[in-house]
Design a protein around this ligand. Sequence first.
Ligand code: SF4
Length: 226
Amino acid sequence: MPSPSQKARALEALHKEIRKCRRCPLWATRTQAVPGVGPPDARVMLVGEAPGRQEDVQGQPFVGTAGRLLDTLLSSVGLSRGEVYITNVVKSRPFIGPPPGHNRAPTAGEIVACRAWLDDQLRIIQPEIVAVMGRVALEYFFPNRKISEVHGRALAHDGRIILPLFHPAAAFHRQELRETLKQDFLKLGQLVRARSSRRSSRARLAQAAPPMKRKERSRRAQNTPG
Ligand code: SF4
């Protein structure tokens, strides 16, 4: 298991590579790539679709209006932006029209070109829970599932929990999704708390183990012929 400092170095090097990436045509129209932000050993990772206008300008994911809603939803379940790692499936901004243009969904080709970066982020950070926000992020893990059918349900994937959520931006077009998002974030809070209490139990057991081992050693020593 790599140490936090090893993870930090690996993630920093990866972010540098992503900022230089030219694997798809989006490099030519971006202000900058947006690799992701958050602790290198975060237990929770949030994955969205792609940077929008504000993210492209500031180089940070989820800093526009959807980002503010995301912050509110996180704090409603006792989480802060500083303790989760936030990124997108696609790291450079897709848009249409003359700059600054309008945000658009990434194409299948852009998603395929970019997905190796998210593979690397998952490998380095090793989050226990990944909240996938919106269709594009869900399809990275489950290509045949629909967000409308699985949102708010914890799914197992490759040894970790995937929690599908609607993208916060969707709540600006469909007001009824705000309540759904709130409820689904409650599930995220529950999952994090359940994992934390399991960790605490394991830590308590590990602390209790040495005295038991000492007892066992002394019993064996007494039974050993001299
Ligand atoms: S979207 Fe991804 S693959 Fe395309 S240039 Fe940006 S970082 Fe590279």
